[in-house]
Design a protein. Structure first.
Length: 71
């Protein structure tokens, strides 16, 4: 995850620096589900039992893409 994307995630009220390792762990170790209508988009799910409130899963959405380099 790039620093720019992490800073974007921190724009949400419920996101905090303390969750970074859990987010990265979700991407590395979580279950992955590919979206049927957008095959470049995946959702990663991972359970955690020490999250605030009644939350017990982190879900990370990843969209893959590419850019052509200038010749």
């Amino acid at each position: 995850m790039t620093e720019e994307r992490w800073q974007h995630a921190l724009d949400y009220d419920w996101m905090s620096e303390a969750l970074l390792e859990k987010v990265l762990s979700t991407i590395r170790e979580g279950r992955r589900h590919q979206e049927a209508l957008n095959p470049n988009k995946y959702r990663y799910y991972h359970p955690f039992y020490d999250l605030p409130g009644d939350n017990n899963y982190i879900v990370v959405v990843v969209k893959f893409g590419f850019r052509l380099r200038d010749s």
